[in-house]
Design a protein around this ligand. Structure first.
Ligand SMILES: [Zn+2]
Length: 308
């Protein structure tokens, strides 16, 4: 008897030791756990879910690739650490470890590597960072200096590896940078479920869903299932970016939603399975998430997918 078994491809993980946010725990960034991605990496390795030799290691994103989205003038400005400090509202004394620009370029390089790998092999790829969805071509916003997902889309459509892309953004905050950047673009579908609307634009290939206050698991998941429907995926993208923000977590120190750890795992697996079943390449980036417990959410998601 022939068994009809669908063999799932094991996801890959992109990470580099540069993924340590070069900030201290003071000032406006106090909520950011600078070791978040290293913690996730270390825990995956310690639990034998991730072999270090299997990790995909990115290079820093080149200036040629950054120019696919960002203006020359802006890229010149951000070479100055003082300017970067100002646009990210940092104190000069906050700088530790690597420079902030190198951090953003490394993680953006990670999203490019994840996209290349996912498109080539149709294997789900997690970047242990990324999802800087507020960044604009000529300015930083919401702690986002470079727009990694927009750069990845521009690079791979330029290389004719794929034409249509979808961004599913479940961060607590609206993906306003991507919405504005792709507002005239019929080949990009933007989907964002969030607690605050930063910008309102009417466009065909977009779903912007404003969530009710104090959203809990039940409300959130019922809205997600209704909105991220099969008809939505009939857009038939060649690849999907999932910005799996952890900031709807009840323990998040900046946001105010009430989703549990279990609820967020259900959310993440709902999106993941829906895309995998359709055999669409998926690139998953971390998005936001604040406080010392935030790492648990992205860890759970990756650990669950690696265990299968
Ligand atoms: Zn956020």
């Amino acid at each position: 008897m022939i068994k009809n078994i669908i063999k799932r491809k094991k996801p890959r993980v992109v990470y580099s030791s540069d993924y340590i946010y070069g900030l201290s725990s003071t000032g406006d960034y106090a909520a950011f756990d600078i070791m978040k991605y290293k913690k996730i990496h270390d825990e995956l390795v310690a639990n034998h879910l991730l072999k270090t030799q299997k990790i995909l290691r990115p290079d820093m994103c080149s200036y040629d690739d950054l120019k696919l989205v960002h203006t020359d003038e802006y890229l010149e400005k951000i070479k100055n650490p003082q300017y970067v400090n100002e646009v990210l509202y940092l104190d000069t004394n906050d700088l530790i470890y690597n420079s902030i620009l190198e951090y953003y370029r490394s993680v953006t390089g990670g999203t490019l590597l994840a996209t290349a790998y996912a498109l080539k092999w149709n294997v789900p790829v997690f970047n242990l960072g990324g999802g800087f969805h507020h960044a604009h071509p000529d300015k930083a916003e919401g702690f986002c200096l470079l727009n990694d997902v927009a750069i990845a889309i521009e690079k791979f459509r330029y290389l004719h590896r794929a034409k249509k892309f979808m961004i599913i953004d479940l961060d607590y905050h609206q993906g306003n940078g991507n919405l504005l950047y792709f507002k005239e673009d019929r080949d990009i579908f933007t989907f964002s479920m969030h607690a605050e609307t930063w910008v309102e634009i009417e466009r065909m290939q977009n779903k912007d869903i404003l969530l009710p206050l104090n959203c809990d698991d039940e409300i959130y998941l019922s809205i997600l299932e209704k909105e991220l429907s099969d008809s939505c995926l009939n857009f038939q993208p060649d690849a999907i970016f999932y910005i799996a923000g952890s900031d709807p977590y009840e323990k998040d120190t900046l946001a105010d939603m009430k989703l549990s750890r279990e609820g967020l795992l259900k959310r993440n697996l709902y999106v993941y399975n829906k895309i995998i079943e359709r055999k669409i390449p998926i690139i998953i980036v971390a998005g936001g998430g604040y406080g010392q417990d935030s790492w648990e959410i992205y860890y759970d998601f990756i650990a669950h997918c690696l265990k299968k």
